[in-house]
Design a protein around this ligand. Sequence first.
Ligand SMILES: Nc1ncnc2c1ncn2[C@@H]1O[C@H](COP(=O)(O)OP(=O)(O)O)[C@@H](O)[C@H]1O
Ligand SMILES: [Mg+2]
Length: 269
Amino acid sequence: MKLEAIRIQNYRAIRKLHVKDLPSFMVVVGANGSGKSTFFDVFGFLRDALRGNVRQALDARGRFQEVVTRGHENETILIELLVRIPIAGSLRKVTYHLEIGLDDKRPSIRKEILRYTRGPRGRPFDFLSFTNGRGYAVRNEQDLSKRDEELDRDDQVLDSPDILAIKGLGQFERFKAASALRQLLENWHVSDFHIGAARGRKEATGTTEHLSETGDNLPRVAQYLYENHREAFDVILAKMKRRVPGLAGVEPELTQDGYLILRFRDGSF
Ligand SMILES: Nc1ncnc2c1ncn2[C@@H]1O[C@H](COP(=O)(O)OP(=O)(O)O)[C@@H](O)[C@H]1O
Ligand SMILES: [Mg+2]
């Protein structure tokens, strides 16, 4: 999977943003309050919306009125992703377009579209299109003998207008594109690392394979890597030594009571 571009409108501090040609590694620099955290929160928002529904994702952030950019309350919140994902055996450039508005004080999905080009000479085609809980998804998209217009559309009504169609339909194998995108967003992991939270001894709770959202499980992630992926762990230590100025080395040591201790050797002492 590769995220190639993202377009955001009316999401908190972000009135209008279009980032193209996203690199694999990116550093965002800006003054306080300029919207860096907001930018990354969009990924958490999509994941929350997929785990629950759009209303829940908004509620967790202070409801629609708090999330939509101030002064633009009558407009929609727009999030559009351009991703490369494998669908039915080949890698495709997919546009996922999501627009959220307020209907009678209830958040509702005004537009949800999944668009991509099937064949090498084809044109972009909407394989899924929903408005306020109603729409269609294409079923037999991998049937290359059929032209786009000849594909079978399944008309669908979702349980509620704040449920993502890729959630409602993504569970069904026959909707390949919806399933692929759903898996992508579900497996998204956003961590807003705070060094203070990562410090100190931590009692074992929760998962250890992934860094938590704040990084407060760093000691246990380190221990997990040490015990289960020793080669990768040693590579990390070797890189630390090379990249951290003044660091002569890091030695791991497992204590009697089962804790992993890292000894950092300062080059000048
Ligand atoms: N609905 C909104 N409309 C406009 N601005 C907002 C909205 N919600 C939050 N903000 C503003 O967004 C800013 C927070 O941006 P943030 O992403 O935390 O910045 P950074 O991480 O770059 O320091 C604050 O100045 C806050 O007032
Ligand atoms: Mg911030």
